[in-house]
Design a protein. Structure first.
Ligand code: HEC
Length: 202
């Protein structure tokens, strides 16, 4: 039975070495969960919206690899503070990314993005905090700060923000026609939603 300790030692060593992080990584676990350097956050951080994880009407991801922590807040009935690295998108052209603590108190450390998307990929049109305006002239923060405090600037449909004039079918149609995604079939309702949206946008 002298071999038993060795057999036990191997899985233990695997467990201690962490969740697949290379041992040479200098960042400790705490730093990894709060750091999202701006040079690492660029147009390539974004892609096909439906490759993110759906939560109700919107999609979430986590650029620091901690999707579970993001989902825990996104799926909570009582709200919470999203962890650094969280990405939230309702439509393919707009995104919110939670930056490290201290990025911007005014936006609760969210960075807002207005994106240009095409089959070739993503371009960042505008990024920043309090002064980011979308292509319709709307300031992201002015709308999103109306969310009740426990929702961390996430509006959804019942968090206290003024509603936007997009119904479910329009939102799903926009999500399904993201040119960075493989082609997806639209239901009749979604096709109508898309037409109504095109009429709305002139
Ligand atoms: C006119 C007000 C308004 C403006 C301007 C606005 N938003 Fe929103 N946004 C909303 C509302 C309301 C929702 C929820 C819509 C729904 O689910 O029906 C939303 C949803 C979102 C979501 C999904 C998460 C959530 O809060 O429900 C993201 C991400 C988002 N917006 C990002 C942005 C970004 C980035 C900008 C600026 C480039 C922006 N928004 C500008 C009102 C606005």
């Amino acid at each position: 039975m002298t071999r038993r300790p060795i057999l036990l030692a191997a899985p233990l060593a695997l467990m201690l070495s962490g969740c697949g992080e290379p041992a040479s990584d200098e960042a400790d676990a705490t730093a990894a969960s709060t750091t999202l350097a701006s040079e690492n956050l660029n147009a390539d951080s974004f892609g096909c919206i439906s490759e993110l994880t759906a939560v109700g009407r919107f999609f979430v991801g986590n650029l620091n690899g901690d999707l579970d922590a993001t989902l825990a807040v996104a799926q909570s009935d009582t709200g919470g503070t999203y962890p650094a690295g969280s990405v939230v998108q309702l439509v393919p052209t707009e995104a919110m990314v939670k930056r490290a603590p201290g990025f911007s108190a005014e936006t609760k450390d969210w960075e807002f993005f207005d994106l240009d998307i095409s089959p070739e990929g993503t371009k960042i049109l505008t990024r920043g905090h309090a002064d980011v305006v979308n292509r319709f002239g709307g300031n992201c923060l002015e709308c999103h700060e109306k969310a009740e405090p426990q929702w961390d600037l996430i509006c959804s449909t019942d968090h206290g923000c003024d509603p936007i004039p997009l119904n479910d079918a329009m939102i799903r149609a926009l999500q399904k026609t993201d040119p960075r995604c493989p082609a997806q079939e639209l239901s009749e309702e979604e096709q109508e939603g898309l037409k109504a949206l095109q009429a709305l946008l002139g």
